[in-house]
Design a protein around this ligand. Sequence first.
Ligand SMILES: [Zn+2]
Ligand SMILES: [Zn+2]
Length: 484
Amino acid sequence: MPMLLLSRKSVPTPNDFTEVQHALHGREFRAEELPFPEKRLKEYVNAGYVSVRHGIIPLNENIFDLLTGKKKWLCVRCGNREQESFAVCSCARCGSKCVYCRHCLTMGIVRACTKLVTWCGPVPELRLPEDVLIGRPLCHWKGSLSSDQQKAAEALLQALEARESFLIWAVAGAGKTEIIYSALEQQLKKGHRVVLATPRTDVVRELLPRIRAAFPDIPVSGLYAGSKETIPDAPLVISTAHQLIRSANRFDCVFIDEVDAFPYHFDAMLDYAVRKAAKPNAPFIFLTATPPDILKNAYLSGKLRGVMLARRYHGYPLPVPRFQWIGNGAHAACKGWLPYPLSLWLRERITQKRQAFIFVPSIALVHELTELLQRSGYTRIAGVHADDPHRHEKLADFREGRLAALVTTTILERGVTVPGVEVAVFGADDRVFDDRALVQISGRVGRSGDCPRGDVVFFHNGKTLAMIRARRQIEQMNRAGGFK
Ligand SMILES: [Zn+2]
Ligand SMILES: [Zn+2]
């Protein structure tokens, strides 16, 4: 056993060990951003506690690649394998032409000569605040679950006891977040590190205060671009999938909210980031109102454990969208002409003191329509889109009732709950509105028990298959929930 002797000899001193272990665990560093000199790592690498990998490695996907000798690349940090996203630079460090990844460039350059450092030794114990006694209840949420939610929560607990993955297929407004509270508590009590990943910054910002209120004694970290709410090695992390690119081998249990949401659904790299952040064999819990086919089929064929919740927690059916022809509304709006049906709809909402979301297919149209509405005498109207620096303030104004209507792109299609809101989709026949997006948008309406009904209208210039499918799915879920 010469290998074993060697590793025993090279095990580092205890003090140094704890420091390095805590500094490295769960994260992936580029060697140049390590919090201490790289040479201190040598004995840890020899002992097998630290792995060092090249940032970019050759990728030969098939025999043809080998035969032609054409080089393809894989970025080990972000999983990028789109060859257009690689470029070559003259590298000052290695002194040669060096391939680098453009996809994750905003997080610091990863070159072929970059070393990626991760901890793979013993997992450090969580450092919890002193007043947290693991025997005490951790969840302080005072609400109660409906019987459907209760059953789902119990099935989830059982699956996690068996370390198995689980699907929560729940209509918008079924109260998905409350269902997972007991599972979060169970995992935290076991001393596990847990992440709740979601595709969107808005959803992280919406979930963070709710989860913090439910688990007041537990440090909860919020990770999104520009976040100031990061807590190192927090046991509970709410993160955009994108921010997990810096994590590795960290979480014992991974919840993925809105698993089908753009861009998650389409972006293999975010999928890579989430899987890399998880420990091997960590169970995944998927939460969604509109599961992608691969999950739906796995669940229906019994390969994936899960539950389906077809009823909202307050017991009312989902609002069914109605279709209204409006002609080429986008064209009209760009010409400075406000389509009458939209104006009428908005005026009715204002008279009835109901707030409204108006979804539009493009950022340009957000600007055009917002300006046009303001010029036509509507006050308390604002427009938001993903690149809007004031989007969080505007959304806060809307939540607090200072705005009557918000013109928005699909960024607000999910995760955002405003009681009593009603919804119009302006240009619902546009390609950006696929059936999933339209189901999610319709799901914004009637979510609160005080206001369980409301209008959803798709203004269109010709019905699309997506519109028809979306309406059919909503009607099917209502039937599954026992409504006619
Ligand atoms: Zn990359
Ligand atoms: Zn280089």
